[in-house]
Design a binder for this molecule. Structure first.
Ligand code: UN1
Length: 507
């Protein structure tokens, strides 16, 4: 990948190989899979290796070897490569956004935002190269110095999702790299090109060979061997709770640090004193932005009964006007779902909600017709009359489907918002400062927004959730550094005599 010529060839032929030890590697399996445009499935974006355990092993061997030199590169120097990566990504933003819309579907404005999130992460983590703070603290003994320092973990295995194809790999790779780790990343099978683009940029910015390796493929054949590999020292996974549970259990059996970021069923509370127009705008963006395919998507809207009717009418009216189509076309606001399986999930939940007695107010079906014939398009869908216990109010759909519920009091709203197994993002629209602060305190979630929808996290703050959304780790912010480093406590005794802690207390 280091040579630009090589890259061009890769792009033109659209046949990608694995990237291992600074070289393109044909998979041992000799198998490939296709990456197709979800807005037009006749458009083949590229073919990628369907790797197996041997490919994973090659990548881990390369990463393990590279770790011995990369860990010794001073952190500010490692950071300079990230800084340069940020600059190059900014230059390539338009091309990479275009590639991403083509493979993932979300509209160009949003894929630009996705690349921007990687740029932000690059600059933020580059800054960390001159911090990575530990602590110094007085020793209890004389002439003894005590400090704690951050050490890299080693080889980090990463399994990325398809909904933020560049941002989320950057949340994993950049902090890991600045801390001195080496990486093997398995991109999502729906959106591998954006990971290749990201790693290409790191390489062009001067990343030494073997420091980041890509093994493309499917979960059972490429993901599982990565999690199980004895020389992989930590695992970072973003995806479904179902797969996350398997990843976590496997990692636990090997006593491996493992960061899991999984589902959400994120509630927006709209109080009776809210700016309703603002809340409707927020709901549209939170529920149907990224076609509802965000872990932070607004999938439940809790309405105070005094404003429910008015809000609902306005939301339905605005939803029906949304332009759904190919994200590369100017004016389109909602792209396709990423693949056939996701659209089937949306259909399944529409059937479930109807059977549970919810009222379908908008959408509820696939979009056909000329503009939508070749892609996975689903109409933005609203259910009203939803009760807190219904499956449509409890389970993650990961599509453009939102459930409206009603409440009588602030206390009841908090109870409904918290009455789920997930705890990623939450939001409240109100002009009452006391309620806003109580919501910040009482909503059980890793993220709470006031007068904004449940989406829109910034990279320098911790990202992640409580309950079944995660297992306690955070991406973004300094939380990421905590995952990608391990603490070492160092004691330096300059007294020239044996001093015994807890014993030679000087009494
Ligand atoms: C996700 O929801 O899967 O906070 C990631 C946001 C984005 C990242 C979302 N910055 O909406």
């Amino acid at each position: 990948m280091a040579a630009k010529k090589n890259t061009k060839k890769q792009t033109k032929t659209t046949q990608f190989k694995n990237w291992i030890g600074g070289k393109w590697a044909v998979p041992h399996t000799r198998k490939t899979f296709e990456n197709r445009n979800p807005a037009d499935t006749s458009d083949l974006v590229g073919t990628f290796p369907a790797s197996g355990p041997q490919d994973v092993d090659d990548a881990v061997v390369a990463a393990k070897e590279a770790f011995q030199t990369w860990r010794l590169v001073p952190a500010p120097k490692r950071a300079e490569i990230l800084y340069r990566t940020g600059e190059l990504l900014a230059e390539r933003k338009e091309q990479y956004a275009h590639d991403m819309t083509r493979e993932m579907g979300k509209v160009l404005e949003e894929t630009r935002g996705d690349v921007q999130e990687a740029i932000d992460t690059a600059f933020y983590m580059a800054g960390e190269g001159r911090r990575l703070f530990g602590h110094t603290t007085p020793s209890e003994l004389q002439s003894k110095f005590a400090m704690s320092v951050r050490m890299p973990v080693g080889v980090c295995g990463m399994i990325a999702p398809w909904n933020f194809p560049m941002a989320i790999p950057s949340w994993k790779l950049f902090p890991a790299l600045v801390c001195g780790n080496t990486c093997v990343i398995k991109p999502a099978e729906d959106t591998p090109l954006s990971t290749y683009n990201l790693v290409q940029t790191l390489v062009d910015a001067g990343l030494p060979k073997g420091v980041v390796n890509i093994v493309a493929g499917f979960g059972p054949d490429a993901g599982a061997p990565l999690v199980e590999h004895p020389d992989v020292d930590a695992i970072s996974f973003t995806g479904s709770s179902e797969v996350g549970r398997m990843v976590g259990q496997t990692a636990a059996a090997h006593f491996k640090p493992c960061s899991l970021e999984m589902g959400g069923k994120n509630a927006m509370i709209v109080m009776e004193d809210a700016n309703l127009e603002l809340a409707v705008e927020g709901a549209l963006w939170g529920a149907f932005g990224t076609t509802g395919q965000r872990c932070t998507a607004t999938s439940r809207i809790l309405l105070h009964k005094k404003i429910a009717k008015q809000f609902t009418a306005r939301l339905v009216e605005r939803t029906e006007k949304l332009r759904v189509g190919n994200g590369l076309v100017q004016g389109v606001q909602v792209g396709p779902q990423v693949n056939a399986q996701q659209i089937e999930t949306s259909e399944r939940y529409v059937a479930i909600a109807l059977a549970e007695g919810a009222n379908l107010l908008a959408g509820g079906k696939r979009l056909k017709g000329k503009a939508h014939a070749e892609g996975h398009f689903f109409a933005p869908t609203i259910f009203a009359g939803v009760k807190p216990g219904m499956r449509i109010a409890q389970e993650e759909v990961f599509g453009p489907v939102v459930a409206l519920l009603q409440f009588d009091s602030f206390e009841q709203a908090i109870e409904i918002a918290n009455g789920i197994s997930y705890g990623l993002s939450t939001s409240i629209y109100t002009r009452d400062v006391n309620r806003a602060y109580r919501a910040m305190r009482d909503l059980e979630a890793g993220i709470t927004y006031v007068n904004a929808p449940t989406i829109g996290a910034e990279v320098h703050l911790p990202f992640g959730g409580v309950k079944q959304t995660g297992n306690g780790h955070r991406e973004g912010g300094t939380g990421a550094l905590d995952f990608y480093t391990t603490w070492k406590s160092v004691y330096v005794d300059y007294s020239d005599r044996l001093q015994r802690a807890q014993i030679d207390t000087g009494e």
